[in-house]
Design a protein. Structure first.
Length: 188
């Protein structure tokens, strides 16, 4: 299981989540974030910061959630700047960011389809979105490319809401960026 987090300066960071206290807390953060329970996520991340004050994943996760929850608070903004101090960018971060962006675009597309229900073909779209993000597709990007084409065709033939169409376009753009990053050797 991976915890994805990031910010504009440092890009995206992935972390292996194990079955120890750190892993359990990171998994809870992910669950709370998906449930829009940001305060609970912040509490878990603060516990992790006490356990591992220099952990980059924890710092960036906390910064991300603090900005989502309280970006209008100047004290929070100062805390986010302090959290980002000393975090170095990695040279191959673009490839990791492209993969994270693709993963996020798929999740946002799925969320938008669910939010827009009912509309024609929503069940087929959800099926193919889930197929495109399955382990088989992630391991075989040609399969994912074909599934994107199926999704685009379904959407073009149905009365799909505008926001769903926008996320389909963004998934395709992010997919193309991943393919380009692979071709440039930025992703193994």
């Amino acid at each position: 299981m991976g915890r994805q987090t990031g910010n504009a300066q440092a890009g995206e960071v992935s972390a292996h989540v194990g079955s120890d206290v750190r892993g359990i807390l990171l998994a809870l953060v992910e669950i709370y974030q998906r449930q829009k329970r940001r305060e609970d996520a912040i509490e878990c991340l603060n516990k992790l910061r006490r356990l591992e004050p220099d952990d980059v994943v924890v710092k960036l996760s906390l910064a991300e959630i603090l900005m989502e929850a309280r970006s209008d608070d100047p004290n929070v903004c100062r805390r986010v700047v302090r959290l980002a101090e000393g975090v170095e960018n990695e040279p191959k971060m673009y490839g990791k960011t492209a993969l994270s962006d693709l993963q996020g675009a798929w999740q946002n597309l799925r969320d938008e389809v669910i939010n827009a229900i009912p509309f024609p073909e929503w069940k087929r779209l959800l099926f193919h979105i889930d197929e495109a993000t399955s382990w088989e597709s992630v391991q075989n990007l040609e399969h994912m490319r074909k599934t994107i084409l199926v999704i685009q065709n379904i959407a073009a033939q149905a009365e799909v809401p505008y926001d769903v169409m926008q996320w389909i376009r963004l998934v395709k753009e992010n997919f193309d960026e991943v393919i380009a990053a692979i071709a440039e050797g930025e992703i193994d």
